[in-house]
Design a protein around this ligand. Structure first.
Ligand code: PGA
Length: 251
């Protein structure tokens, strides 16, 4: 059984003070919960405040991006090593907004993935098709291509801490959700690519999250599917009550 993982992606929302307020409202709501793993991914500047606020709880903290070099003349960038130093355990890589607005390619995601793994971070690698690709019947091809490039030259042993998130771009922030069956189909494709890259055993252990308009109302239906190992939640993770309802779903 793969343990489910619920990840909050706050995107460019919340100051350190607002982030600390979130955690103090959120923690009591999920206090007795240890069925799943829960990770909060705030903006970089909030990381120390969130790490301090979750101290002593089962909540973990991740960043939303990083650069692959350890240090150097890369104005505006943050390394895996720096994220570890402030107490991050996870990092989201290749989110569709990074790809769409900041030109991030599968090759860049592959470099970041190698660097994150080498530094001991647990990467959450995002893949997914845009609407035009789905409508053109290209979903499978796109997902396979993203996975094969992102996973290049990484061994099964190295990939062990990695998580993948399937995020159909047309479902992100739109209120449209993939049906659990659509998500399951995509997850099977990702798992097949993982098997090619890392071997069957590692692919079976790989956790694949669904992301795209996950809300308290649909979280249970999605995550009761055996192929869906958790959720990457944007909008609904900004409010402590709605994110807690997703974490506590069905309990
Ligand atoms: P959403 O975002 O839940 O607001 O659709 C998901 C994501 O972008 O990770």
């Amino acid at each position: 059984m793969r343990k489910k993982l619920i990840v909050a992606n706050w995107k460019m929302y919340k100051t350190p003070e607002q982030a600390a307020h979130f955690v103090s409202a959120f923690l009591p709501l999920v206090q007795d919960h240890n069925r799943d793993e829960t990770v909060l991914c705030p903006p970089f500047v909030c990381l120390p405040a969130v790490v301090a606020a979750v101290h002593g709880s089962h909540i973990r903290v991740g960043a939303q991006n990083m650069y692959w070099e350890k240090e150097g003349a890369y104005t505006g960038e943050i390394s895996a090593h720096m994220l570890r130093a402030v107490g991050c355990s996870h990092v989201i890589l290749g989110h569709s907004e990074r790809r769409q607005y900041f030109g991030e390619t599968d090759d860049a995601v592959n470099r970041k993935l190698k660097s994150a793994l080498a530094s001991g971070l647990k990467p959450i690698v995002c893949v997914g098709e845009v609407l035009a690709e789905r409508e053109a019947g290209l979903t499978e091809q796109i997902i396979r291509q993203q996975c094969s490039v992102c996973f290049l030259d990484i061994s099964g042993a190295e990939a062990a801490p990695m998580v993948v998130a399937y995020e159909p771009v047309w479902a992100i922030g739109t209120g449209k959700t993939a049906t659990p069956e659509m998500a399951e189909d995509a997850h099977r494709i990702i798992r097949a690519e993982a098997a090619k890259a890392f071997g069957d055993e590692r692919a079976q252990a790989l956790r694949i999250l669904y992301g795209g308009s996950v809300k308290p109302e649909n979280a249970n239906a999605l995550m009761s599917k055996t192929e869906i190992d958790g959720a990457l939640v944007g909008g609904a993770s900004l409010d402590p009550k709605s994110f807690a309802a997703i974490v506590m779903r069905g309990s």
